[in-house]
Design a protein around this ligand. Structure first.
Ligand code: IMP
Ligand code: MG
Length: 245
């Protein structure tokens, strides 16, 4: 339900799930399904449950980065992230050819760690673009009405675009982005997302490659932040409740 709501924090980007959907007509379809290179590669996705979380004991891996006693658990460790990214990269490469290199569109800032590791794991050439968007809405719920803070630097006409996302929560931001990019004449638009919270999804978005399905709890690390902190952690972890209650 609303378990993925980031704790409200002044200055935090209005991202994350929860709240009421203000549908702008996108629900159920992003309108670009036939622009996708094909059906979802669901066999790539690992299901992570709370039972997989490794509680932080005496050795606190957050402390190596200056976050002493702030994390509750590691949800996905560095090695598992690395192994998954190699698998995702192979799968994306298999759907592209050398002549039409994928144009990776990294959605700032959360996907930064992922895109750099992903591009380095891709066995074919790729090109890199960045986009930054912000979602209008309350502090804790994304409305699906999105504003572009930084647009692509170039034309994507005829290109095979792969949107690289850190996490799909409600899916509202991504749904908007898919429709926006589809109007620019790309040959295809696919999505690779490292994480997805299936229970938080409010709009049906075509995400072809998903690394991990995770519980709705708020996660940090590997690009994901809480009030701009924790992006620098090399693993995905659960924040201690005392950090936001
Ligand atoms: P939505 O899919 O439109 O609800 O928004 C997704 C965005 O919310 C992601 O790109 C993240 O930036 C942010 N987000 C969602 N869940 C989390 C979380 O658990 N931790 C950190 N950021 C999150
Ligand atoms: Mg994001």
């Amino acid at each position: 339900m609303t378990g993925s709501d980031p704790p409200s924090l002044a200055g935090t980007a209005p991202e994350g799930g929860g709240g009421v959907v203000h549908s702008d007509g996108a629900a159920g379809s992003n309108g670009v399904a036939n622009l996708s290179g094909g059906e979802s590669r669901s066999h790539l996705t690992s299901r992570i449950t709370n039972a997989d979380a490794i509680p932080i004991g005496d050795a606190d891996p957050g402390a190596d980065h200056g976050y002493h006693g702030e994390l509750a658990a590691i949800l996905i460790g560095e090695d598992d992230l690395k192994a998954k990214i190699a698998v995702l990269a192979k799968a994306v490469a298999a759907d592209h050819d050398m002549d039409t290199p994928p144009l990776l569109v990294c959605v700032l800032k959360g996907a930064v760690m992922f895109v750099t590791d992903f591009a380095r794991a891709l066995p074919i050439p790729s090109e890199l673009e960045f986009m930054a968007v912000t979602s209008y809405g309350s502090a804790t719920s994304s409305s699906g009405v999105v504003r572009i803070l930084k647009d692509l630097d170039r034309d994507i006409t005829g290109r095979r675009v792969v949107i690289v996302e850190d996490i799909i929560d409600s899916g509202l931001t991504l749904s908007w982005l898919l429709r926006n990019l589809a109007t620019r004449g790309p040959a295809s638009v696919d999505v690779v997302a490292l994480l997805r919270k299936p229970e938080a999804i409010k709009v049906d978005v075509d995400v072809r490659y998903v690394g991990f399905d995770i519980p709705t709890d708020f996660v940090v690390g590997y690009g994901l932040d809480y009030g701009e902190r924790y992006r620098d952690l090399p693993f995905v972890g659960l924040l201690g409740e005392h950090m936001y209650r």
